[in-house]
Design a binder for this molecule. Structure first.
Ligand code: AMP
Length: 283
């Protein structure tokens, strides 16, 4: 695996490869890699001639400074993991490289509705930080296909909007969530949970699965209520939101009945042992 730290170097390399006919698959990450990240690399390897991963803990997308400071950092181990799945390129820039070089900030798109709901509402400024860095990374890496986890469902929608609004010729591919045996969605933040916390956190997936199983049995409102009572009403968990949305655009759905022509997604955010966890399930 080749590691690049400079924008100009990776740009030159990738553009050369594109001239030779290579299709470029790209997986942006913040490191502390787990099986979920590696599944995205494997998918890209299967669908592209060259696979690039990036590791960059983007300060501008953390609305909570403590969360940024506590974010796990373990680059050497990450490099070993990337090599084990034969990732071709790692882009590992510094903060200065991404924010102070000639890769100028382009005009931000209006994230609009997506910035005012769920994660956008709970983490002000988060998506502005995300699209800023994602656009810079796209300009550095020139990917054809970008693989993103549906675990960050709203993030995929926001990046799709960026690509659509700016007419960027990149395909965004949303990939299924990798889970622990108890259903807990893999996340770099899980490292901060105790063993007991990780076991308890399995209730999030149980809750989402219960919603799926109860769809059409009771009204959406009743299902959400029952789910909280049955799975999430424990002192260790603080629920920030548990919502049903239209999976197409995350718009609100009626709470009194299930509409046949709506594809639903249930989304959860909450805290356990002071670690913020999110998850979702399409119904
Ligand atoms: P992160 O390092 O958390 O920024 O994640 C980098 C990419 O990996 C994002 O597109 C995430 O949605 C994706 N990802 C994170 N966790 C998982 C998971 N458990 N399964 C699949 N993809 C994931």
């Amino acid at each position: 695996m080749i590691i690049f730290q400079k924008v100009s170097e990776i740009q030159n390399f990738v553009l050369q490869k594109k001239k030779q006919g290579y299709r470029i698959g790209f997986i942006p990450t913040m490191g502390a890699l787990h099986e979920g990240h590696l599944s995205l690399i494997s998918r890209s390897k299967a669908e592209n001639g060259l696979t690039v991963a990036s590791i960059f803990i983007n300060p501008t997308q953390f609305n909570d400074k403590k969360d940024f400071e506590k974010y796990p950092r373990m680059v050497e181990l990450d490099v070993q993991k990337l090599e084990s799945v034969e990732c071709d390129i790692l882009f590992l820039p510094s903060v200065e490289e991404m924010y102070e070089n000639k890769l100028l900030d382009s005009e931000l798109i209006d994230i609009g509705y997506l910035d005012s709901i769920l994660e956008g509402d709970k983490r002000p400024g988060h998506y502005k930080g995300v699209i800023t860095i994602v656009e810079k990374l796209f300009k550095a890496v020139h990917p054809d296909n970008v693989y993103m986890g549906l675990k960050d469902y709203q993030q995929v929608k926001v990046v799709e909007k960026l690509v659509r609004d700016k007419k960027i010729k990149i395909k965004i591919i949303g990939c299924d969530t990798y889970r622990e045996a108890n259903g807990l969605a893999m996340s770099s933040r899980n490292m901060r949970l105790t063993e007991q916390g990780r076991v308890l956190a399995g209730c999030i997936y149980s809750a989402l699965s219960y919603i799926k199983s109860q769809k059409n049995q009771y009204s959406p409102k009743e299902v959400l209520h029952k789910t909280i009572e049955k799975y999430l009403n424990i002192p260790e968990i603080t629920v920030e939101y548990l919502e049903l949305r239209n999976a197409y655009d995350l718009s609100e759905v009626p709470m009194n009945l299930w509409e046949e022509d709506i594809r639903y997604v249930a989304l959860f955010a909450g805290k356990l042992e002071d670690v913020r966890l999110i998850d979702n399930l399409e119904l």
